[in-house]
Design a protein around this ligand. Structure first.
Ligand SMILES: Cc1cc2nc3c(=O)[nH]c(=O)nc-3n(C[C@H](O)[C@H](O)[C@H](O)COP(=O)(O)OP(=O)(O)OC[C@H]3O[C@@H](n4cnc5c(N)ncnc54)[C@H](O)[C@@H]3O)c2cc1C
Length: 327
């Protein structure tokens, strides 16, 4: 049965209140918006970046596990997503993020103009689809040299450092994979990991350990990224030693994981210890009429398929509660 045939007559709607405000226009938010539109509900999607798509813009390799777009890279996927959003006429407010959200009052505030004006938007329901952000080291030089030697993707940037020394920071699969990619590109690689336990895929780790171009330094804490116009090295200290060591590097790949962007709601809805929003199967949070979808509530399975599905589930639940869907 198609969703349209499950709909009921339109629910009464107050003029000044939207049915939903969705925060974040990654695939989770976009999917929720598309379904809400299909149910004839009034929703807006607020995105702080100038364009929708979220993490899709960061995928530089072929996506091997998403139906219909098998083998596409992130740019192609993001392009398709943006064109779908345009074709469906999704109500997108881009370029200014939500800075405050009230789970109890059911409103969000965003910067409305360059003069610093703020608009408050009330809704019957809120959907938090704010995704993840990269973890950073918070050491001197990291932000200054971003794009001038500091990178988050060997897939994209390793060719710039071909044949030159690089440092990769991290101990998960992404870090080990980057180390192997850089070594394959002819770089000598120093992999710095803060502990001696690795969370990486075992086959990748074995490959890295066997590679003569990769030196793995365990229990190493980065203290500074060094350079003048561009990166020249990394200063680090091995736990238990006071000596600051230096690894020469033209490039530094920081791959230390991701964290949920849940700060808007962290004190208002139940979250786990790592800050992921806790939700039910329908995306409901601990606050009535506040929902979450996508990576911000998916520590176990951050993926495009999951985010798209959760966006749909949340919209379905909002549609059901507002009398637009049976079930
Ligand atoms: C390098 C890389 C490779 C990947 N490879 C794969 C793969 O092969 N297969 C796969 O399935 N998945 C892959 N993923 C993961 C996949 O891209 C994500 O799981 C998915 O895109 C998450 O979508 P999302 O909508 O939940 O969050 P996001 O894409 O993170 O979107 C969240 C959006 O919310 C916005 N936002 C945040 N805070 C605010 C605010 N306060 N106000 C307004 N807007 C806000 C952000 O700007 C962003 O646009 C990969 C990810 C990366 C980075």
């Amino acid at each position: 049965m198609s969703p349209a045939s499950r709909r009921r007559a339109p629910a009464a709607r107050t003029a000044e209140r939207l049915d939903a405000v969705i925060v974040g226009a990654g695939v989770a938010g976009l999917s929720a918006a598309l379904w809400l539109r299909d149910f004839g509900l009034d929703a807006v999607l607020v995105e702080e970046e100038a364009r929708p798509g979220g993490q899709l813009h960061e995928i530089h390799a072929a996506v091997p596990n998403y139906l219909v777009a098998y083998g596409w890279d992130g740019a192609r996927l993001a392009g398709a997503v943006m064109s779908d959003a345009r074709a469906a006429g999704l109500p997108l407010l881009v370029g200014a993020g939500v800075r405050r959200l009230s789970a109890r009052g059911l409103w969000v505030e965003r910067n409305a103009d360059e003069a610093g004006g703020v608009t408050r938007v009330h809704a019957r329901s809120l959907v938090v689809a704010t995704g993840l952000r990269r973890r950073v080291l918070r050491v001197p030089g990291e932000a200054e040299f971003l794009g001038r030697g500091v990178s988050h993707s060997a897939n994209r940037d390793r060719v710039r450092f071909e044949g030159k020394p690089v440092v990769v920071v991290g101990g998960g699969t992404a870090a080990i994979e980057d180390a192997i990619l850089c070594a394959d590109a002819g770089s000598s690689v120093t992999l710095l990991h803060r502990s001696s336990a690795f969370r990486a895929r075992r086959d990748f780790l074995e490959q890295a350990r066997a590679n003569p171009r990769i030196e793995i330094v365990e229990r190493a804490a980065v203290t500074r990224i060094l350079g003048e116009d561009a990166v020249t090295g990394v200063a680090y200290r091995v736990r238990g030693s006071r000596t600051v060591r230096r690894a020469d590097a033209a490039g530094v790949f920081i791959r230390i994981g991701w964290e949920p962007r849940s700060e808007l709601v962290r004190r208002q809805v139940r979250c786990d210890a790592a800050g992921y929003v806790r939700v039910t199967a329908t995306g409901a949070t601990s606050a009535p009429w506040v929902f979450a979808a996508g990576d911000v509530c998916s520590p176990r399975c951050p993926s495009i398929a999951n985010a798209v599905g959760q966006g749909a589930a949340v919209a379905w639940e909002i549609g059901r509660r507002l009398g637009r869907v049976r079930g």
